[in-house]
Design a protein around this ligand. Structure first.
Ligand code: HEM
Length: 460
């Protein structure tokens, strides 16, 4: 047993079913932040009837779970999210143990700054073409849905990195749509993780059908690539050529699992977080004005945004950092305790579910000044150092830290720069949408936008 802080064994603060459930149903995220703010430095036990997870929000405690005593907190258990995630991605990069480790070793080299910088020109060209399709609706005054359009643009941007020219755009889009179904269908299981798979739940059928459809598109690509590896610098080609620790070619299931896990996390996390930016910017016009000014100055009426320009878009980067504080797509990071432990003086029993939440920790009033205010200045280069490394952990931490952080920063900057160098928008329905808690934190309804042309790209 290890200790995260002083070895005082105290009872956890228990949030009871009768008092908490109605509030949780009405405003789940606000209620969790309120509970954490009201119990500084403590672990909170959420009594939700048959499920009683520990909500761990104090940055030092988060560090204990994700890094210092990470061996005791596993994703291999039946905890809330991971069992469903494994049904989509198999037991590779999103699981635990030797298969996770092998997968991580295989995948990580494809997401380094050096590798991705080499793909910027292709990615940016794909984004430019995808954004150009918005000219029609902008001219005609037809509203577009922010989530659908951002997801379409991301899909175009990353398909090249993942699949080269081996998947056609319509199929890549279909994969993203099916992944979307997976992410929302599993929210019912997220709420009832104690139910065995044999007990049917709403969303199960849609989940299974979506996984089947994804396989129908991707497995033939995997097979073709393994049978006739034509090379190329895309991830599918690299995985099809990869060997396991014994020098054998990876079997088709492993290649499929690695591709699906990374493609799914890339598209899902990026489009859900970027969708929030549209309603948010309308609440903070001075932030929007500064963002537009920077993009106009650095990119101008350019056609394809370059790697050099990405480096100059410093305020855009601060906006993205703040967006990930306020609306982290990975809002819930669950673990299962392997052995008894003590966190912040509270005894945790083996088998207990631990819920970490970047959303809650990143809004704790003791660590963030006016946490409800969207203020990119928190991330200015000369801003005071954060009180604790784990007061901000949108990409997790420790051995499971996200491998896609650089990809996100690159593609998100390219997308915002390309989009706002050509268009402005207004919301068709003013105000912030209510969040929907699925595998990622998503806007609960459509976010219709009316686009207006700003500048047209210069002719090449
Ligand atoms: C807004 C963007 C993103 C956010 C907020 C995000 C968040 C996270 C978080 C919180 C974790 C930790 C999970 C845990 O500890 O259990 C994680 C892991 C991971 N992320 Fe991301 N992610 C993002 C983008 C991406 C992208 C673009 C990729 C593409 C490769 C990616 C791939 C992964 C993978 C494979 C893992 C598991 C790593 C491991 O367990 O070894 N993510 N991400």
């Amino acid at each position: 047993m290890t200790e995260s802080t002083a070895p005082v064994h105290r009872k956890p603060h228990v949030a009871t079913l009768r008092r908490t459930l109605p509030k949780l149903l009405r405003d789940p995220l606000g209620t969790l932040v309120g509970l954490a703010d009201a119990t500084p430095g403590q672990v909170v036990r959420l009594n939700l009837g048959t499920i009683r997870p520990y909500l761990v929000t104090e940055p030092a405690h988060v560090q204990h779970v994700l890094r210092d005593n990470a061996a005791n907190y596993t994703r291999a258990g039946d905890s809330m999210l991971w069992r469903s995630v494994r049904k989509l991605g198999g037991d590779g990069i999103l699981s635990e143990g030797p298969k996770w480790e092998a997968s991580r070793r295989r995948l990580q080299p494809h997401f380094t700054p050096k590798r991705l910088d080499a793909a910027v020109a292709d990615m940016s060209r794909a984004i430019s073409d995808a954004v150009a399709e918005l000219a029609g609706p902008a001219r005609d005054g037809t509203p577009v849905d922010a989530a659908a359009e951002v997801s379409r643009i991301i899909c175009a941007a990353v398909s090249r990195v993942f699949f080269g020219a081996k998947i056609d755009t319509a199929d890549a889009r279909r994969v993203v749509v099916e992944q979307n179904t997976v992410a929302t269908a599993l929210r019912f299981r997220l709420l009832a993780p104690f139910l065995p798979d044999a007990v049917p739940m709403p969303g199960d059928r849609a989940f299974r059908r979506a996984v089947r459809n994804i396989d129908e598109i991707l497995l033939p690509l995997v097979r073709a690539e393994r049978a006739n590896p034509e090379g190329g610098d895309d991830i599918l080609a690299a995985l099809a050529r990869a060997r396991d620790a014994d020098g054998n070619k990876l079997d088709e299931r492993r290649v499929r699992d690695d591709v699906v896990s990374t493609f799914a996390t890339t598209t899902e996390t990026t489009y859900t977080v970027l969708t929030w930016l549209f309603p948010l910017l309308e609440q903070v016009p001075d932030v929007a004005a500064r963002l537009y000014e920077e993009i106009d100055r650095v990119v101008g009426p350019g056609d394809v945004v370059t790697r050099e320009q990405v480096g100059e878009l410093r305020y855009t980067r601060m906006v993205l950092d703040e967006l990930l504080r306020a609306y982290p797509s990975g809002w819930l990071v669950p673990r299962t305790a392997v052995a008894d432990d003590v966190i912040g003086g509270t005894r945790i029993s083996a088998g207990a579910t631990i819920a970490l939440s970047p959303y809650v920790t990143q809004r704790l009033a003791r660590f963030w000044d006016r946490p409800e205010v969207f203020d990119p200045e928190r991330f200015a280069p000369d801003a005071p150092r954060r009180a604790h490394r784990y007061a901000y952990f949108p990409f997790g931490g420790g051995a499971h830290q996200c491998i896609g952080q650089y990809l996100f920063q690159l593609e998100a900057t390219l997308i915002l720069a390309t989009l706002f160098s050509r268009f402005r928008y207004r919301l068709c329905e003013p105000g912030m949408p209510a969040p929907q808690l699925a595998a990622s934190l998503r806007a609960g309804g459509p976010v219709p936008l009316m686009l207006t042309p700003h500048r047209q790209p210069a002719l090449a």
